[in-house]
Design a protein around this ligand. Sequence first.
Ligand code: SF4
Ligand code: SF4
Length: 163
Amino acid sequence: MFNKTGLASNDMVEALLPSKERREKGAYAIFECFQEIPCNPCSTVCKLKAVKDFENINNIPEINYDKCTGCAMCVSICPGLSCFVIDETYSDSEVMIKMPYEFLPLPEINSNVKALDREGKAIGEAKVLKVQDNKTLDHTNIVTISVPKEIFLDVRNIGLEEK
Ligand code: SF4
Ligand code: SF4
């Protein structure tokens, strides 16, 4: 499927997740970056050195989860929009996701929006918790949402209701 559509399968994404123990400790980054391409800003932006040093520019990034704090600097700088921060400890029933967001208008804080999967299909509802615009970040906007635990592996975008 990935070779034909460029869309990662659930198995590919699950394989990226850190250990259960690490997931229970709080926010962590995942990089849905599966192809060798000449790109490394995720590595150079990470001040905590949580992204292992690239031996060459085509390396696929690997995260040292003992060092990653979920700060989301990589989310904003990744030109492939492939970096996300996940926090499964957000609440008993919801997971927090920080995602890059390139569209305008930006969503309003506390609004309910459509939770979209990688294909852009609506699969549930999300609540907007925080919006960091690119004037502050100097790169891509970051939108932080909460979604039901059952769908967090699939939600990678949001859709606003037409006004
Ligand atoms: S979330 Fe922060 S600490 Fe973790 S890999 Fe990204 S930049 Fe590094
Ligand atoms: S910055 Fe993004 S696209 Fe580039 S190597 Fe890192 S995760 Fe992949």
